[in-house]
Design a protein. Structure first.
Lengths: 152, 152
């Protein structure tokens, strides 16, 4: 079995996607992260949910999580105000996790090796064409394990 | 809203759980990782799916993923043989990701701060009693985001 047979559609956003819209997409699709693509649908990064949370939390609380305890509920109500005015680009951190990429004809063992080497729960399947490369879909670690494991 | 209201059951394994059984639990429950608990149901670690894959791949392929390409399909068929004879303990690596822990009365902002600081898609909710501490459940980043985001 090859990557193109395992690839499934995966929600994507762009750098200029509204941050609140991205957060909603994550919850609606129940994904711990989204794939960020450029204008040519080429995956350039992964946006983890924990990075969205980072935007919601005042810097002084990030530095000392114990301070969260003394904030009142009203502050929590306004946690999300910051998201509406930002984009995905604002959420991306410098040391973001890499999104490993495989080719459509990569084998299960190749995919497993790349996923294991990157300690990633997801790989993007990218089809390289003459001048462009586009996202065909993604393979999660559970999908790959299900394909690899012998039947009962 | 507090952690105990958000906590949901999460699949757990023990150090002596059969590795193949753990891998099947991951695929059946469609989770990218499992919580490893000790004999007192206290969470001690997280077992990521990518770590299970690592066990399936010959060391020389881990060192050079390009070698996976030249392995024949028969080798892939036997990839899972190793799992049946191993336990979760064998799958755990030294530099495994930490599983952040929150208390049942922690607020959404506290949970968000801990998740963001640990760049983790999951926190365990642990109830400390006089002498023991047990796992109440877990909160995923999508659950937390859904609770925090304002309604449309």
């Amino acid at each position: 079995m090859q990557a193109h047979e395992l690839a499934k559609p995966y929600p994507t956003v762009r750098m200029d996607t509204n941050a609140l819209k991205a957060a909603r997409l994550m919850t609606e699709q129940n994904r711990p992260g989204l794939i960020v693509v450029d204008d040519n649908e080429h995956p350039i990064a992964i946006l983890p949910g924990s990075q969205v949370l980072r935007m919601l939390i005042p810097t002084y609380v990030q530095d000392d999580p114990a301070l969260a305890r003394v904030m009142d509920e009203n502050s929590a109500d306004h946690m999300c105000d910051a998201l509406g005015a930002r984009t995905v680009k604002d959420l991306m951190s410098e040391n973001r996790p890499t999104l490993p990429v495989v080719a459509p004809d990569d084998t299960m063992l190749e995919i497993a090796a790349i996923m294991a080497a990157n300690r990633s729960p997801l790989v993007a399947v990218v089809e390289e064409r003459s001048k462009t490369a586009s996202l065909m879909g993604a393979i999660s670690v559970t999908q790959l394990l299900a394909a690899v494991l012998p039947s009962d």
